[in-house]
Design a protein around this ligand. Structure first.
Ligand SMILES: CC(C)(COP(=O)(O)OP(=O)(O)OC[C@H]1O[C@@H](n2cnc3c(N)ncnc32)[C@H](O)[C@@H]1OP(=O)(O)O)[C@@H](O)C(=O)NCCC(=O)NCCS
Length: 193
């Protein structure tokens, strides 16, 4: 049996975007993702707080969804940097991971994540941690694939977009993929004319 797209559309059973687009550019907001989890006993460490490894697993998924929303291709995690745990998340608390692409390069995308803990009984919300993940989009043969350019709109998006150049240079130096001499934006932070 052949299934035609127009039949699904006619039956109203398929939700499509206004058009299926091969995009050259994308707005940062189009990659926004929010993921909510309840911390259950199996997610905790011996101190009965959320285990760091379990949080990283959820963060990786949330960030990958943002990256895939931006490029509409499969992605792999290339690096994780600047993960700092400010507050433990307790058993029975809710956590919300907000993620968004900050900047895209050729085949890679930087994603910013913010993790908020929430105690529903006291109604207190707290910042648990923040991080930047980098993903690379792949072609079907596994080679890196070109991604759309990202357009920041808000002041916060513009600031993160600007800073992404320096963060990329730092992580590529640490990953042995860039020479310090080639990191112009990073050097400009420390060496003034
Ligand atoms: C990430 C990966 C695709 C890069 O491939 P590669 O052959 O090194 O490709 P290149 O050197 O051409 O780099 C491709 C892109 O990756 C980026 N990249 C490579 N290493 C990186 C690192 N350590 N941190 C951030 N970005 C990195 C490059 O900057 C480049 O980005 P650009 O195209 O936007 O300029 C490859 O190393 C890989 O598959 N790693 C394993 C990924 C994985 O298994 N992740 C965990 C499970 S999802």
């Amino acid at each position: 049996m052949t299934l035609h797209l127009k039949n699904f559309i006619a039956q109203g059973t398929l939700l499509l975007p206004p058009q299926i687009r091969i995009m050259q550019t994308r707005y940062a907001r189009e990659s926004a993702n929010t993921m909510t989890e309840l911390v259950l006993p199996n997610d905790t460490n011996t101190l009965v707080n959320l285990m760091g490894g379990r949080l990283m697993h959820w963060m990786d998924i949330a960030a990958a969804i943002s990256a895939m929303r931006h490029c509409n291709k499969p992605v792999v995690t290339a690096s994780v940097d600047n993960v700092s745990f400010h507050h433990p998340i307790k058993l029975g608390n809710i956590l919300t991971i907000e993620s968004k692409v900050t900047r895209s390069f050729n085949s890679s995308m930087e994603v910013y994540l913010k993790v908020l803990g929430e105690d529903l009984q006291t109604q207190i919300k707290y910042l648990s941690n923040e991080a930047y993940f980098t993903f690379v989009a792949l072609n079907t043969d596994g080679s890196p694939s070109k991604v759309p350019e990202l357009i920041p709109e808000t002041d916060e998006e513009k600031e993160k977009h600007k800073g992404a150049l320096r963060r990329r240079q730092l992580r590529l130096i640490l990953g042995g993929k860039m020479k310090v001499d080639d990191a112009a934006e990073l050097k400009a932070l420390f060496i003034k004319d």
